[in-house]
Design a protein around this ligand. Sequence first.
Ligand code: PLP
Length: 341
Amino acid sequence: MEPQEGRKGIPSLLSSQGECIATNITQLIGWTPLIELRNIAEKDGIGARLIGKIEPYQPLSSVKDRSALRLIEDAEEKGLITPGITTLLGVTSGNLGIGVAFIAAQKGYKFIALMPAKLSLDKQILMRYLGVEVVLVDAVQHGFKALLDRVEQMKKDVEDVYVLDQFTNPANPDAHFRWTGPEIWKDTAGKVDIFIAASGSGGTITGVGRYLKTKNPSIKLICVEPAESPVISDGEPAFHNILGIGPGFVPEILDRSQIDEIVTVTTQEAMDMARRLAREEGLLVGISSGANAAACLKVASREENRGKMIVTMFSSGAERYLNSELFAQVKEECVNINMTF
Ligand SMILES: Cc1ncc(COP(=O)(O)O)c(C=O)c1O
């Protein structure tokens, strides 16, 4: 089925006559709902409209399901990979890996994920559960280059291997140009004034930004990056804990030319805001979603943005971070809870 522009995923199933049954999980990748943050806006006296796109509604709960699908489909369309023969290989902080993992499982590809060690236990657990071979590389000590060196080594060692490179492959932003951007345009009825998104691979901000600017060139595009590692703002890379964004280098596919402004957010601000989203809006979203919402509040508080519609991404669900610092305090409380009789 050829997806309608901006209506891949559940709506395209609903539009068919009779049965509404997906025949494979990849058909459910696509459309996610928008939500307005009315409680936070009211509490903080914000005059702009704050809207989040809830990517936890994807089959495996993150924005990267879209990129994973497009990276795999693009290679299939070019005749570069074959189920049952090709081994897919990818560098991932986790969410892309989980996206590739379920699509690979459904389509019949073997998948090896190269991950920076000590970053995310939750994602490692999920990938192994999905049948992925997870290879951990000490990227903290040896830098991102260690991961790339390992890819080169594995290309020699593994037969029929195909590298899914989210940082260089235009299929990654294309997922957002085809699907995420049109969804935002349609679901805001073209009223979006400012789009704000954190950059990991740069796929989301590049693809959505490119699409929205074709529709309305005056839409402002704001990129979010970790304050501790502001490399897109020409600063130095350093450790931060906003998982999924700020890899410490500027990705090849990130189109800086269309970005109007960069806003930095600290790990602390991102986590505090993720917790606010949970407790004040009932939204269980991850750390980068907190970073995006924190950036929205900074931008929304400017007088010139009164009455504007600001759209951002809630890129993943909070349950993916149960073993991270985001939940550390609550986890401690749960472990030490006293029984009452
Ligand atoms: C949780 C999370 N947020 C944001 C992003 C950034 O998305 P992109 O890679 O499209 O820049 C990622 C990417 O992996 C992510 O995992």
